[in-house]
Design a protein around this ligand. Sequence first.
Ligand SMILES: Cc1cc2nc3c(=O)[nH]c(=O)nc-3n(C[C@H](O)[C@H](O)[C@H](O)COP(=O)(O)OP(=O)(O)OC[C@H]3O[C@@H](n4cnc5c(N)ncnc54)[C@H](O)[C@@H]3O)c2cc1C
Length: 401
Amino acid sequence: MPSTAKDVAVLGGSVSGLAAADALDEVDSVGEVRVFERQQYDDRRVDCGEAINDATLVPLEKTPENGFVNDVEGFQLRVYGGTDRHPRSAPIGVSRLGCEPGYICERDTVERRWAETLSERGVVFETGRSVTPGMYRDLVDEYDYVVDATGQPALTQKVRDTVPSYTGDMVALNATVEGDFGRYVDRPRIFFEGYVGYAWSFPKSERRANVGIGWAGDRRPDDYMQALAAAAERNGFPVPDRGDVNIYTIPRGPSLDPRATYVPADGVFLVGDAAGIANRYQGEGICQGIRSSYLLADALADGRPEAYPDRLYESMKAEYRLAHLMRGAWVEHEDPELLAAVAEALDGLSIDDITRRPRRVIRRVLNSPRVAARLVADGGMLGRLVDAYTDSWEYDTGTSA
Ligand SMILES: Cc1cc2nc3c(=O)[nH]c(=O)nc-3n(C[C@H](O)[C@H](O)[C@H](O)COP(=O)(O)OP(=O)(O)OC[C@H]3O[C@@H](n4cnc5c(N)ncnc54)[C@H](O)[C@@H]3O)c2cc1C
Protein backbone atom coordinates (compact mmCIF):
# COMPACT_ATOMS: atom_id res chain seq x y z
CA MET A 1 0.00 0.00 0.00
CA PRO A 2 1.52 3.36 -0.98
CA SER A 3 2.04 5.72 1.98
CA THR A 4 -0.13 8.24 0.13
CA ALA A 5 -3.06 5.80 0.19
CA LYS A 6 -6.42 7.52 0.19
CA ASP A 7 -9.03 6.46 2.74
CA VAL A 8 -12.62 6.36 1.54
CA ALA A 9 -15.90 6.63 3.44
CA VAL A 10 -18.89 5.24 1.57
CA LEU A 11 -22.21 6.60 2.85
CA GLY A 12 -25.07 4.19 2.15
CA GLY A 13 -24.55 0.48 1.67
CA SER A 14 -27.18 -0.46 -0.90
CA VAL A 15 -26.27 -1.50 -4.46
CA SER A 16 -24.42 1.69 -5.42
CA GLY A 17 -22.53 1.91 -2.13
CA LEU A 18 -21.60 -1.77 -2.23
CA ALA A 19 -20.39 -1.45 -5.82
CA ALA A 20 -18.32 1.58 -4.85
CA ALA A 21 -16.81 -0.23 -1.85
CA ASP A 22 -16.08 -3.29 -3.97
CA ALA A 23 -14.39 -1.44 -6.82
CA LEU A 24 -12.53 1.06 -4.61
CA ASP A 25 -11.18 -1.74 -2.45
CA GLU A 26 -9.43 -3.00 -5.60
CA VAL A 27 -7.77 0.33 -6.37
CA ASP A 28 -4.06 0.32 -5.44
CA SER A 29 -4.03 3.90 -4.27
CA VAL A 30 -6.97 3.37 -1.90
CA GLY A 31 -6.34 2.49 1.75
CA GLU A 32 -9.26 1.95 4.11
CA VAL A 33 -12.77 1.60 2.72
CA ARG A 34 -15.46 2.07 5.37
CA VAL A 35 -19.19 1.76 4.60
CA PHE A 36 -21.76 3.57 6.77
CA GLU A 37 -25.25 2.07 6.36
CA ARG A 38 -28.16 3.19 8.51
CA GLN A 39 -29.97 -0.15 8.35
CA GLN A 40 -28.89 -3.69 9.23
CA TYR A 41 -28.46 -6.15 6.38
CA ASP A 42 -30.77 -8.63 8.16
CA ASP A 43 -33.64 -6.10 8.13
CA ARG A 44 -36.29 -6.05 5.44
CA ARG A 45 -34.88 -3.03 3.71
CA VAL A 46 -35.54 -2.75 0.03
CA ASP A 47 -38.17 -0.76 -1.88
CA CYS A 48 -37.75 -1.95 -5.44
CA GLY A 49 -39.03 -4.17 -8.25
CA GLU A 50 -35.93 -6.33 -7.77
CA ALA A 51 -35.20 -6.75 -11.48
CA ILE A 52 -31.45 -6.57 -12.05
CA ASN A 53 -31.25 -6.24 -15.81
CA ASP A 54 -27.53 -6.93 -16.03
CA ALA A 55 -26.66 -9.23 -13.16
CA THR A 56 -23.09 -9.60 -14.47
CA LEU A 57 -22.42 -6.26 -12.76
CA VAL A 58 -22.80 -7.89 -9.34
CA PRO A 59 -19.68 -9.94 -8.57
CA LEU A 60 -21.50 -12.78 -6.81
CA GLU A 61 -22.24 -16.27 -8.08
CA LYS A 62 -25.74 -16.32 -9.52
CA THR A 63 -27.28 -18.71 -7.00
CA PRO A 64 -30.53 -18.54 -5.00
CA GLU A 65 -28.38 -18.42 -1.82
CA ASN A 66 -26.97 -15.15 -3.14
CA GLY A 67 -30.49 -13.87 -3.94
CA PHE A 68 -30.54 -14.55 -7.71
CA VAL A 69 -33.81 -16.46 -7.69
CA ASN A 70 -35.18 -16.18 -11.24
CA ASP A 71 -32.97 -16.15 -14.34
CA VAL A 72 -35.39 -14.55 -16.80
CA GLU A 73 -35.33 -14.72 -20.62
CA GLY A 74 -36.69 -11.24 -20.97
CA PHE A 75 -39.78 -9.14 -20.33
CA GLN A 76 -43.16 -8.83 -22.00
CA LEU A 77 -44.61 -5.35 -22.53
CA ARG A 78 -48.41 -5.33 -22.67
CA VAL A 79 -50.07 -2.13 -23.84
CA TYR A 80 -53.76 -1.48 -23.07
CA GLY A 81 -56.13 1.28 -24.17
CA GLY A 82 -56.64 2.49 -20.59
CA THR A 83 -57.51 1.49 -17.05
CA ASP A 84 -61.27 1.47 -17.62
CA ARG A 85 -61.47 -1.98 -19.10
CA HIS A 86 -62.64 -5.47 -18.37
CA PRO A 87 -60.21 -7.34 -16.07
CA ARG A 88 -57.85 -9.49 -18.06
CA SER A 89 -59.01 -8.08 -21.41
CA ALA A 90 -56.52 -8.59 -24.25
CA PRO A 91 -53.78 -5.99 -24.74
CA ILE A 92 -53.83 -3.84 -27.88
CA GLY A 93 -50.09 -4.38 -28.34
CA VAL A 94 -47.55 -6.87 -27.05
CA SER A 95 -43.79 -6.77 -27.29
CA ARG A 96 -41.21 -9.30 -26.14
CA LEU A 97 -37.88 -7.86 -25.08
CA GLY A 98 -34.83 -9.98 -24.37
CA CYS A 99 -32.79 -9.66 -21.19
CA GLU A 100 -30.24 -12.44 -21.24
CA PRO A 101 -28.18 -11.18 -18.24
CA GLY A 102 -31.32 -10.34 -16.23
CA TYR A 103 -32.54 -11.79 -12.95
CA ILE A 104 -35.44 -11.15 -10.64
CA CYS A 105 -33.80 -11.15 -7.22
CA GLU A 106 -34.34 -11.19 -3.52
CA ARG A 107 -32.52 -7.89 -3.33
CA ASP A 108 -32.13 -7.95 0.45
CA THR A 109 -30.26 -11.23 0.08
CA VAL A 110 -28.08 -9.95 -2.77
CA GLU A 111 -27.05 -6.94 -0.68
CA ARG A 112 -26.47 -8.96 2.50
CA ARG A 113 -24.30 -11.50 0.68
CA TRP A 114 -22.39 -8.76 -1.16
CA ALA A 115 -21.71 -6.96 2.13
CA GLU A 116 -20.58 -10.23 3.76
CA THR A 117 -18.17 -10.89 0.90
CA LEU A 118 -16.72 -7.39 1.16
CA SER A 119 -16.44 -7.66 4.90
CA GLU A 120 -14.44 -10.89 4.50
CA ARG A 121 -12.13 -8.93 2.17
CA GLY A 122 -11.47 -6.27 4.81
CA VAL A 123 -14.00 -3.56 3.94
CA VAL A 124 -15.26 -2.16 7.26
CA PHE A 125 -19.03 -1.81 7.82
CA GLU A 126 -20.74 0.40 10.36
CA THR A 127 -24.44 -0.43 10.25
CA GLY A 128 -27.59 0.45 12.16
CA ARG A 129 -26.98 4.19 12.48
CA SER A 130 -27.72 7.11 10.15
CA VAL A 131 -24.92 9.43 9.19
CA THR A 132 -26.15 12.79 10.50
CA PRO A 133 -25.19 16.12 8.90
CA GLY A 134 -22.72 16.64 11.75
CA MET A 135 -21.11 13.25 11.20
CA TYR A 136 -21.04 13.97 7.47
CA ARG A 137 -18.91 17.06 8.06
CA ASP A 138 -16.57 15.10 10.32
CA LEU A 139 -16.22 12.34 7.72
CA VAL A 140 -15.45 14.91 5.02
CA ASP A 141 -12.63 16.20 7.23
CA GLU A 142 -11.38 12.78 8.23
CA TYR A 143 -11.45 10.92 4.90
CA ASP A 144 -9.66 11.71 1.67
CA TYR A 145 -12.77 10.83 -0.32
CA VAL A 146 -16.42 10.46 0.58
CA VAL A 147 -18.75 8.55 -1.73
CA ASP A 148 -22.35 9.57 -1.19
CA ALA A 149 -24.57 6.59 -2.06
CA THR A 150 -27.42 7.52 0.27
CA GLY A 151 -30.14 7.42 -2.40
CA GLN A 152 -32.39 10.36 -3.01
CA PRO A 153 -32.35 13.03 -1.84
CA ALA A 154 -28.64 12.62 -1.20
CA LEU A 155 -27.24 13.45 2.22
CA THR A 156 -24.84 15.84 0.46
CA GLN A 157 -27.83 17.76 -0.91
CA LYS A 158 -29.39 17.89 2.55
CA VAL A 159 -26.18 19.15 4.14
CA ARG A 160 -25.68 21.73 1.41
CA ASP A 161 -29.35 22.68 1.50
CA THR A 162 -29.86 22.04 -2.20
CA VAL A 163 -32.61 19.42 -1.93
CA PRO A 164 -35.27 21.55 -3.64
CA SER A 165 -33.35 21.45 -6.91
CA TYR A 166 -33.56 17.74 -6.66
CA THR A 167 -36.91 16.14 -6.23
CA GLY A 168 -38.51 12.75 -6.62
CA ASP A 169 -40.34 12.42 -9.87
CA MET A 170 -41.90 9.00 -10.14
CA VAL A 171 -43.99 7.61 -7.32
CA ALA A 172 -44.02 3.83 -7.13
CA LEU A 173 -45.60 1.20 -4.89
CA ASN A 174 -44.57 -2.41 -4.71
CA ALA A 175 -44.86 -5.59 -2.66
CA THR A 176 -43.99 -9.25 -2.84
CA VAL A 177 -47.08 -11.46 -3.17
CA GLU A 178 -47.91 -15.19 -3.34
CA GLY A 179 -49.88 -16.51 -6.33
CA ASP A 180 -49.65 -18.51 -9.52
CA PHE A 181 -47.06 -17.03 -11.88
CA GLY A 182 -46.20 -20.25 -13.73
CA ARG A 183 -47.45 -18.94 -17.10
CA TYR A 184 -44.91 -16.17 -17.29
CA VAL A 185 -42.20 -16.97 -14.77
CA ASP A 186 -39.53 -16.74 -17.52
CA ARG A 187 -40.87 -13.50 -18.94
CA PRO A 188 -42.04 -10.97 -16.33
CA ARG A 189 -44.77 -8.58 -17.44
CA ILE A 190 -44.91 -4.80 -17.68
CA PHE A 191 -48.34 -3.24 -18.21
CA PHE A 192 -48.78 0.14 -19.94
CA GLU A 193 -52.35 1.30 -19.39
CA GLY A 194 -52.89 4.84 -20.56
CA TYR A 195 -51.07 6.85 -17.88
CA VAL A 196 -47.45 8.00 -17.73
CA GLY A 197 -46.01 5.06 -15.88
CA TYR A 198 -46.74 1.37 -15.71
CA ALA A 199 -47.61 -1.61 -13.52
CA TRP A 200 -45.52 -4.74 -13.28
CA SER A 201 -45.53 -8.36 -12.16
CA PHE A 202 -42.01 -9.78 -11.79
CA PRO A 203 -42.08 -13.45 -10.68
CA LYS A 204 -39.36 -14.59 -8.30
CA SER A 205 -40.61 -18.16 -8.75
CA GLU A 206 -43.81 -19.83 -9.96
CA ARG A 207 -45.41 -18.94 -6.60
CA ARG A 208 -43.98 -15.54 -5.64
CA ALA A 209 -43.67 -12.22 -7.42
CA ASN A 210 -42.72 -8.63 -6.89
CA VAL A 211 -45.66 -6.57 -8.16
CA GLY A 212 -46.20 -2.84 -8.31
CA ILE A 213 -47.19 0.30 -10.11
CA GLY A 214 -45.53 3.67 -10.69
CA TRP A 215 -46.54 7.06 -12.08
CA ALA A 216 -44.32 9.64 -13.70
CA GLY A 217 -45.83 12.87 -14.97
CA ASP A 218 -48.23 15.19 -13.21
CA ARG A 219 -51.41 13.17 -13.11
CA ARG A 220 -51.46 10.94 -10.07
CA PRO A 221 -54.30 8.98 -8.46
CA ASP A 222 -55.87 10.32 -5.27
CA ASP A 223 -55.49 7.00 -3.52
CA TYR A 224 -52.30 5.13 -4.39
CA MET A 225 -53.22 1.94 -2.52
CA GLN A 226 -56.57 1.73 -4.23
CA ALA A 227 -54.89 2.31 -7.59
CA LEU A 228 -52.45 -0.55 -6.92
CA ALA A 229 -55.34 -2.86 -5.95
CA ALA A 230 -57.24 -1.93 -9.13
CA ALA A 231 -54.12 -2.53 -11.26
CA ALA A 232 -53.73 -5.95 -9.64
CA GLU A 233 -57.31 -6.89 -10.46
CA ARG A 234 -57.10 -5.66 -14.06
CA ASN A 235 -53.79 -7.33 -14.76
CA GLY A 236 -54.40 -10.62 -13.00
CA PHE A 237 -51.92 -10.49 -10.14
CA PRO A 238 -52.83 -10.76 -6.43
CA VAL A 239 -53.76 -7.62 -4.52
CA PRO A 240 -50.96 -7.05 -1.97
CA ASP A 241 -51.77 -6.62 1.72
CA ARG A 242 -51.51 -2.96 2.64
CA GLY A 243 -48.93 -3.68 5.33
CA ASP A 244 -46.61 -5.27 2.76
CA VAL A 245 -46.62 -2.34 0.35
CA ASN A 246 -43.63 -0.03 0.02
CA ILE A 247 -44.21 3.46 -1.34
CA TYR A 248 -41.30 5.40 -2.65
CA THR A 249 -40.19 8.02 -5.15
CA ILE A 250 -37.68 7.56 -7.92
CA PRO A 251 -35.40 10.55 -8.37
CA ARG A 252 -35.14 13.04 -11.08
CA GLY A 253 -32.67 15.73 -10.30
CA PRO A 254 -29.87 17.80 -11.73
CA SER A 255 -28.01 14.48 -11.89
CA LEU A 256 -25.46 14.91 -14.63
CA ASP A 257 -24.72 18.46 -13.66
CA PRO A 258 -21.03 18.16 -12.71
CA ARG A 259 -21.62 20.43 -9.74
CA ALA A 260 -24.13 17.92 -8.41
CA THR A 261 -22.01 14.78 -8.76
CA TYR A 262 -18.63 16.00 -7.48
CA VAL A 263 -17.76 18.48 -4.75
CA PRO A 264 -14.00 18.93 -5.28
CA ALA A 265 -13.41 21.06 -2.18
CA ASP A 266 -14.72 18.25 0.03
CA GLY A 267 -13.62 15.25 -2.05
CA VAL A 268 -17.26 14.11 -2.22
CA PHE A 269 -18.71 12.10 -5.13
CA LEU A 270 -22.35 11.18 -5.66
CA VAL A 271 -23.30 7.84 -7.18
CA GLY A 272 -26.54 6.01 -8.02
CA ASP A 273 -29.84 7.48 -6.84
CA ALA A 274 -27.92 10.02 -4.78
CA ALA A 275 -26.74 11.41 -8.12
CA GLY A 276 -30.28 11.17 -9.49
CA ILE A 277 -29.38 8.89 -12.38
CA ALA A 278 -32.20 6.32 -12.35
CA ASN A 279 -33.65 5.95 -15.83
CA ARG A 280 -35.91 8.89 -16.66
CA TYR A 281 -38.45 6.78 -18.47
CA GLN A 282 -38.82 3.44 -16.72
CA GLY A 283 -37.22 4.13 -13.35
CA GLU A 284 -34.58 1.38 -13.52
CA GLY A 285 -31.70 2.37 -11.26
CA ILE A 286 -29.79 -0.64 -9.95
CA CYS A 287 -27.46 -1.13 -12.91
CA GLN A 288 -27.19 2.64 -13.43
CA GLY A 289 -26.06 3.01 -9.81
CA ILE A 290 -23.55 0.17 -9.98
CA ARG A 291 -22.10 1.47 -13.24
CA SER A 292 -21.68 4.96 -11.79
CA SER A 293 -19.72 3.52 -8.86
CA TYR A 294 -17.46 1.52 -11.15
CA LEU A 295 -16.83 4.64 -13.25
CA LEU A 296 -15.87 6.54 -10.12
CA ALA A 297 -13.43 3.81 -9.06
CA ASP A 298 -11.85 3.89 -12.54
CA ALA A 299 -11.43 7.66 -12.35
CA LEU A 300 -9.78 7.38 -8.92
CA ALA A 301 -7.59 4.49 -10.12
CA ASP A 302 -6.43 6.75 -12.95
CA GLY A 303 -5.62 9.46 -10.40
CA ARG A 304 -8.22 11.69 -12.05
CA PRO A 305 -11.07 12.28 -9.60
CA GLU A 306 -12.07 15.38 -11.56
CA ALA A 307 -12.83 13.16 -14.58
CA TYR A 308 -15.77 11.43 -12.86
CA PRO A 309 -18.54 13.93 -13.78
CA ASP A 310 -17.56 13.98 -17.47
CA ARG A 311 -17.25 10.23 -17.67
CA LEU A 312 -20.63 9.83 -16.00
CA TYR A 313 -22.14 12.29 -18.44
CA GLU A 314 -20.64 10.48 -21.43
CA SER A 315 -21.73 7.06 -20.22
CA MET A 316 -25.30 8.16 -19.47
CA LYS A 317 -25.85 10.38 -22.50
CA ALA A 318 -27.42 7.81 -24.80
CA GLU A 319 -29.72 6.60 -22.05
CA TYR A 320 -30.93 10.10 -21.23
CA ARG A 321 -31.51 10.80 -24.90
CA LEU A 322 -33.58 7.70 -25.33
CA ALA A 323 -35.56 8.19 -22.14
CA HIS A 324 -36.42 11.72 -23.29
CA LEU A 325 -37.73 10.36 -26.59
CA MET A 326 -39.53 7.34 -25.12
CA ARG A 327 -41.24 9.52 -22.57
CA GLY A 328 -42.26 11.86 -25.37
CA ALA A 329 -43.87 9.00 -27.30
CA TRP A 330 -46.47 8.98 -24.55
CA VAL A 331 -46.45 12.51 -23.10
CA GLU A 332 -46.73 14.31 -26.44
CA HIS A 333 -49.39 12.07 -27.94
CA GLU A 334 -51.27 10.36 -25.10
CA ASP A 335 -52.36 7.80 -27.69
CA PRO A 336 -52.35 4.18 -26.46
CA GLU A 337 -52.73 2.89 -30.04
CA LEU A 338 -49.55 4.69 -31.01
CA LEU A 339 -47.74 3.41 -27.92
CA ALA A 340 -48.87 -0.12 -28.81
CA ALA A 341 -47.55 0.32 -32.36
CA VAL A 342 -44.21 1.60 -31.02
CA ALA A 343 -43.99 -1.31 -28.56
CA GLU A 344 -44.65 -3.79 -31.36
CA ALA A 345 -42.04 -2.12 -33.56
CA LEU A 346 -39.52 -2.80 -30.78
CA ASP A 347 -40.44 -6.49 -30.46
CA GLY A 348 -37.35 -8.70 -30.26
CA LEU A 349 -34.92 -5.99 -29.14
CA SER A 350 -33.33 -6.29 -25.71
CA ILE A 351 -33.96 -4.25 -22.57
CA ASP A 352 -30.44 -2.91 -22.99
CA ASP A 353 -31.31 -1.78 -26.55
CA ILE A 354 -34.46 0.05 -25.53
CA THR A 355 -32.72 1.62 -22.53
CA ARG A 356 -29.31 2.59 -23.82
CA ARG A 357 -29.15 2.32 -27.61
CA PRO A 358 -31.15 5.08 -29.30
CA ARG A 359 -29.89 4.20 -32.78
CA ARG A 360 -31.30 0.69 -32.60
CA VAL A 361 -34.63 1.99 -31.37
CA ILE A 362 -34.84 4.70 -34.01
CA ARG A 363 -33.89 2.23 -36.75
CA ARG A 364 -36.69 -0.09 -35.63
CA VAL A 365 -39.24 2.71 -35.56
CA LEU A 366 -38.14 3.88 -39.02
CA ASN A 367 -38.77 0.35 -40.30
CA SER A 368 -42.45 1.07 -39.61
CA PRO A 369 -42.84 4.32 -41.60
CA ARG A 370 -46.46 4.85 -40.56
CA VAL A 371 -45.54 4.63 -36.88
CA ALA A 372 -42.55 6.93 -37.41
CA ALA A 373 -44.71 9.46 -39.29
CA ARG A 374 -47.35 9.47 -36.53
CA LEU A 375 -44.68 9.87 -33.88
CA VAL A 376 -43.07 12.95 -35.39
CA ALA A 377 -46.35 14.53 -36.53
CA ASP A 378 -46.26 16.61 -33.39
CA GLY A 379 -44.28 19.74 -32.55
CA GLY A 380 -43.49 18.51 -29.05
CA MET A 381 -42.00 15.27 -30.34
CA LEU A 382 -39.93 17.09 -32.97
CA GLY A 383 -38.72 19.42 -30.23
CA ARG A 384 -37.68 16.42 -28.18
CA LEU A 385 -35.71 15.03 -31.12
CA VAL A 386 -33.85 18.31 -31.49
CA ASP A 387 -33.29 18.47 -27.71
CA ALA A 388 -32.06 14.91 -27.63
CA TYR A 389 -29.51 15.41 -30.36
CA THR A 390 -28.27 18.76 -29.09
CA ASP A 391 -27.98 17.41 -25.54
CA SER A 392 -30.46 20.02 -24.40
CA TRP A 393 -32.41 17.69 -22.19
CA GLU A 394 -30.41 18.05 -19.05
CA TYR A 395 -29.41 20.41 -16.31
CA ASP A 396 -28.29 23.19 -18.62
CA THR A 397 -31.77 23.84 -19.96
CA GLY A 398 -33.99 22.67 -17.14
CA THR A 399 -36.10 20.62 -19.58
CA SER A 400 -38.56 18.86 -17.37
CA ALA A 401 -41.42 16.94 -18.97
C1 LIG B 1 -41.02 0.75 -6.34
C2 LIG B 1 -39.71 0.78 -7.04
C3 LIG B 1 -39.36 -0.25 -7.90
C4 LIG B 1 -38.12 -0.25 -8.53
N1 LIG B 1 -37.80 -1.31 -9.30
C5 LIG B 1 -36.58 -1.38 -9.85
C6 LIG B 1 -36.20 -2.53 -10.58
O1 LIG B 1 -36.95 -3.51 -10.67
N2 LIG B 1 -34.96 -2.54 -11.14
C7 LIG B 1 -34.10 -1.48 -11.01
O2 LIG B 1 -33.00 -1.55 -11.56
N3 LIG B 1 -34.44 -0.39 -10.31
C8 LIG B 1 -35.64 -0.32 -9.71
N4 LIG B 1 -35.97 0.77 -8.97
C9 LIG B 1 -34.96 1.83 -8.75
C10 LIG B 1 -33.92 1.33 -7.74
O3 LIG B 1 -34.56 0.82 -6.59
C11 LIG B 1 -32.96 2.45 -7.32
O4 LIG B 1 -32.52 3.15 -8.46
C12 LIG B 1 -31.78 1.84 -6.58
O5 LIG B 1 -32.24 1.31 -5.34
C13 LIG B 1 -30.69 2.88 -6.32
O6 LIG B 1 -29.72 2.29 -5.50
P1 LIG B 1 -28.77 3.19 -4.59
O7 LIG B 1 -27.82 2.25 -3.92
O8 LIG B 1 -28.20 4.28 -5.42
O9 LIG B 1 -29.71 3.90 -3.54
P2 LIG B 1 -30.71 3.25 -2.46
O10 LIG B 1 -31.16 1.90 -2.90
O11 LIG B 1 -31.73 4.29 -2.19
O12 LIG B 1 -29.80 3.06 -1.21
C14 LIG B 1 -29.42 4.10 -0.36
C15 LIG B 1 -28.82 3.46 0.89
O13 LIG B 1 -28.32 4.49 1.73
C16 LIG B 1 -28.74 4.28 3.07
N5 LIG B 1 -28.78 5.60 3.68
C17 LIG B 1 -29.57 6.65 3.34
N6 LIG B 1 -29.32 7.71 4.13
C18 LIG B 1 -28.33 7.34 4.97
C19 LIG B 1 -27.63 7.99 6.02
N7 LIG B 1 -27.90 9.27 6.35
N8 LIG B 1 -26.68 7.30 6.69
C20 LIG B 1 -26.40 6.01 6.37
N9 LIG B 1 -27.04 5.34 5.40
C21 LIG B 1 -28.00 6.00 4.70
C22 LIG B 1 -30.10 3.61 2.92
O14 LIG B 1 -30.45 2.87 4.08
C23 LIG B 1 -29.87 2.69 1.71
O15 LIG B 1 -29.34 1.45 2.08
C24 LIG B 1 -37.21 0.82 -8.32
C25 LIG B 1 -37.54 1.87 -7.47
C26 LIG B 1 -38.78 1.85 -6.84
C27 LIG B 1 -39.14 2.97 -5.94
